[in-house]
Design a protein around this ligand. Structure first.
Ligand SMILES: Nc1ncnc2c1ncn2[C@@H]1O[C@H](COP(=O)(O)OP(=O)(O)OP(=O)(O)O)[C@@H](O)[C@H]1O
Ligand SMILES: [Mg+2]
Length: 502
């Protein structure tokens, strides 16, 4: 197979940090090439170098055998490179159509032949089986649909080499299947894909070859057929990961949280709740299964005080909640691993250590008791202990949280939310974007919290995760509860059907 891309001896430094150090990567035409590595290994950085977002400190890039300099994303696009970023880059206020044609050279000037563009886009969408609603604003479509828009946008601009940086992190299994079909189609047209994912099963399924990165360096490139999950984990982490098995709790304690007939904007099937009654007991993990966008976000926001329900009753530890405020719920000892870590979880321009103590600055351990005179030394040493405990990989706990890799940002939130010995933990996609080692750590931590009597409400689009650690499974569809199942030997077929509203 003919080579399309070669990156040679790529080094990228941020200050004293080597995000990439002497990395080599070769991608062939018609190949799906996966980049695999722990959180912070340097995958996104390498792809940002390829896409012209960063200039490498050292190293060379060759496209179709010829050396190139990629000075900007526009340049990368011109050279046939498309990229779907780890964090979406769509303009939310614009429609799908406007987003796709944004930056298209041909739409410059006064006269834009919109009808012709539409036709072209619809044909492309049809060819790849990418279902999109062109006239909807991006804010109104689900994450899976946004993903398809990003891909369509890259294809529309003529990408021959498509970079997908953790495209499945936010997708349901069904949506991911759709994406794999698109990848197959691209392959059959001799286009190349660079794929990044932490989900071993899908890596083994879609890849032709896999390049493993560790701590900014290339470990090796292997062909998919000559390796397996255990082998890859070993290459990635430098150690083996034993298979996990969690015992299921069948008799939970008294309810720590109870909802009775709770409704919220029930006219909206995808963003409302309609007569939800459920409980989470002490010492149990209740997993919500369902396709994203069936009321799960609203459920999480109600039980953390972000939203106020229109109808129904919410009880915490046996007492009815009268006022819904996030602070009130924090005082009730409810912890929250939020869905969107960039909007609700972390304050990007604050340091890692300040993010870790964000909710506890009023404790005497860290201040005079009112949150005014902070005990900086105590905060610093506490943060160092948390960095060690949660394996947060960063240069310093004093650095801004925004520069951490995706997975390491998630660990900062965990260090804050799991440490307080909560009565109720609301965990929304807690392992999204985490590598396998970190995912295991989070699962173990949730099981430990359960063991200490914490009730855990787990909301996850990852069905395997829900099955693995839930003691009970509740299926949601269009804002309603479709069924409640035991987590011990759950009827997988039946649950899958319920998730689809059947
Ligand atoms: N703009 C930046 N400034 C400083 N450090 C950075 C910057 N961007 C990335 N880094 C650092 O470079 C390293 C590699 O980060 P990168 O985002 O490439 O990792 P990754 O392999 O994509 O991880 P993940 O799986 O968590 O997304 C990390 O240690 C990160 O903190
Ligand atoms: Mg990344």
């Amino acid at each position: 197979m003919e080579e399309i891309l070669r990156m040679e001896h790529i080094t990228k430094q941020f200050g004293s940090v080597y995000a990439n150090r002497d990395i080599n990567l070769e991608v062939r035409r018609g190949e799906v090439h996966t980049l695999l590595g722990e959180n912070g290994a340097g995958k996104s950085t390498l792809m940002n170098v390829l896409f012209g977002l960063y200039q490498p400190t050292a190293g060379k890039i060759y496209l179709n055998g010829a050396p190139v300099k990629i000075t900007s994303p526009a340049e990368a696009v011109k050279k046939g490179i498309g990229m779907v970023h780890q964090h979406f880059m769509l303009v939310e206020a614009m429609t799908v159509f406007e987003n796709i044609i944004l930056g298209d050279q041909r739409t410059k000037g006064i006269f834009i032949d919109k009808e012709a563009r539409r036709k072209e886009i619809l044909e492309l969408a049809e060819r790849y089986g990418l279902e999109v609603e062109l006239d909807k604003p991006v804010t109104d479509i689900a994450v899976g649909a946004q993903q398809r828009v990003e891909i369509l946008k890259a294809l529309y601009r003529g990408a021959e080499l498509l970079v997908l940086d953790e495209p499945t992190a936010a997708l349901t299994d069904i949506e991911a299947e759709g994406l794999f079909a698109i990848i197959e189609k691209l392959k059959s047209e001799n286009k190349s894909v660079i794929f990044i994912s932490h989900k071993m099963r899908e890596v083994l399924k879609v890849s032709d070859r896999i390049t493993v990165l560790r701590a900014g360096q290339t470990v090796c490139t292997v062909s998919c057929s000559e390796t397996d999950g255990a082998g890859l984990a070993n290459l990635m982490m430098g150690r083996e990961l034993t298979p996990s098995h969690y015992e299921k709790v069948e008799q939970p304690g008294e309810p720590v949280m109870a909802l009775t007939d709770v409704s919220y904007q029930k006219a909206f099937k995808h963003s409302g709740l309609n007569g939800v009654t459920m409980q989470v007991g002490r010492g149990e993990i209740v997993g919500i299964a369902g396709v994203d966008g069936n009321g799960q976000s609203q459920l999480a926001q109600i039980v953390t005080g972000v939203l106020t329900p229109d109808e129904g009753e919410v009880d915490l530890k046996g007492s009815k909640i009268a006022r819904f405020t996030p602070n009130g719920f924090i005082l009730e000892n409810v912890s929250h691993i939020p869905e969107d870590r960039n909007k609700m979880g972390l304050i990007g321009n604050m340091s890692v250590q300040d993010n870790i103590v964000l909710k506890t600055t009023e404790q005497p351990q860290f201040s005079d008791g009112h949150g005014f005179h902070l005990k900086k030394k105590a905060i610093h040493s506490y943060a160092l202990a948390m960095q060690e405990k949660y394996d947060i990989r960063c240069e310093s706990v004093e650095q801004e949280a925004r520069n951490l890799s995706g997975g390491n940002q998630q660990k900062v939130i965990l260090a804050r939310e799991l440490e307080g010995e909560p009565d109720l933990l609301v965990a929304v996609h807690p392992t999204r974007g985490l590598d396998i080692g970190a995912t295991r750590y989070v699962h173990d931590a949730m099981i430990d919290a359960r063991g200490r009597g914490c009730g855990v409400l787990l909301i996850s689009a990852d069905f395997d995760e829900v099955l693995e650690i839930s003691d009970r499974i509740i299926v949601m569809f269009e804002g309603q509860i479709m069924g409640v199942y035991s987590g011990k030997n759950p009827p997988i077929e039946e649950i899958s059907l319920a998730m689809a509203g059947k």
